[in-house]
Ligand binder design. Structure first.
Ligand code: NAD
Length: 251
């Protein structure tokens, strides 16, 4: 069940060495997908590609800046040349910044929206045509618990707003492409055990954990299992939905 053999998956932001995107790429490859590792970070791309290949999977690294229409279109072209189809897009690339509304500049909010929302839009738009022609597609977006309850220790108000925008965008798109065989869903992780979490001072970490009923951050694998499911054929009747994965910190 939930195999992805023969499927071609693009994962943006998967060149992050200890981030969620890398585990998404590895998980989809384990399930049999050919994975396109797309990121700004060239060294990180190679690292994820190597990890997938060492595990016996198939991967293609492509440099991508999601904020550029040309870069998204060039990536889609490369993927179609290499594999002839695009079945799955995971919009994972994202940036954050800890700042208050009082201190936030227009440049700050523009930078965060440029990647988290406008970049997601450009990348999604670039894959729609091939997915429509195939009459098959799975688009999965990374939102965040902070879209629903406000930012925590890491994200600012612009981050929360951008991740809430993703949810509204996904629901509209889900309606738009429902008859094309394309589903559009989102996952909203709570705090995940990545480098940024490890960098938190002990006292602050304890106060964050106190707000999580399960008493710990999530592991990247606990996020990617849901993504692999939403990417599968078995999830064919789920669209416009979001899955909260947060240890109970928002119910
Ligand atoms: P990360 O910073 O480790 O990785 C993000 C990746 O995106 C990096 O490799 C970076 O190079 C890439 N990227 C940034 N800008 C880009 C651009 N313009 N074009 C292409 N790639 C770009 O982040 P993470 O912690 O692994 O988070 C991954 C996703 O999950 C993000 O969307 C984030 O908002 C979301 N999320 C994370 C957490 C968490 O606790 N880590 C919680 C909720 C949601």
């Amino acid at each position: 069940m939930f195999r992805l053999d023969g499927r071609v998956a693009i994962v943006t932001g998967s060149g992050s060495i200890r981030g969620i995107g890398r585990t998404i790429a590895l998980t989809l490859a384990e399930q049999g997908a050919k994975v396109v590792v797309a990121d700004l970070n060239i060294e990180g791309i190679q690292d994820t590609v190597n990890a997938i290949q060492e595990a016996g999977g198939e991967a293609l690294g492509v440099e991508l800046n999601v904020t550029s229409k040309e870069s998204n279109e060039a990536m889609v072209e490369k993927v179609l040349q290499a594999y002839g189809r695009i079945d799955i897009l995971v919009n994972n690339a994202g940036i954050s910044q800890k700042v208050t509304v009082a201190d936030m500049s227009l440049e700050d909010i523009t930078r965060v929206f440029n990647v988290n929302m406008f970049g997601l839009f450009l990348c999604t738009q670039a894959v729609l045509q091939p997915m429509k022609e195939q009459k098959y597609g799975r688009i999965i977006n990374l939102s965040s618990v902070s879209a629903k309850r406000g930012g925590g220790v890491f994200g600012g108000p612009h981050y929360s707003a951008s991740k809430a925008a993703v949810l509204g965008f996904a629901k509209n798109l889900a309606r738009e492409v429902a008859l094309d065989g394309i589903t559009v869903n989102s996952v909203a992780p709570g705090l995940v055990n990545t480098d940024i979490w490890k960098s938190l001072p002990e006292e602050q970490a304890q106060s964050v954990i106190a707000g999580i009923p399960m008493g710990r951050p999530g592991e990247t694998k606990e996020i990617t299992a849901a993504i692999a499911f939403l990417a599968s054929e078995e999830a064919s009747y789920i669209t416009g939905e979001e899955i909260d994965i947060n240890g109970g910190s928002h119910m």
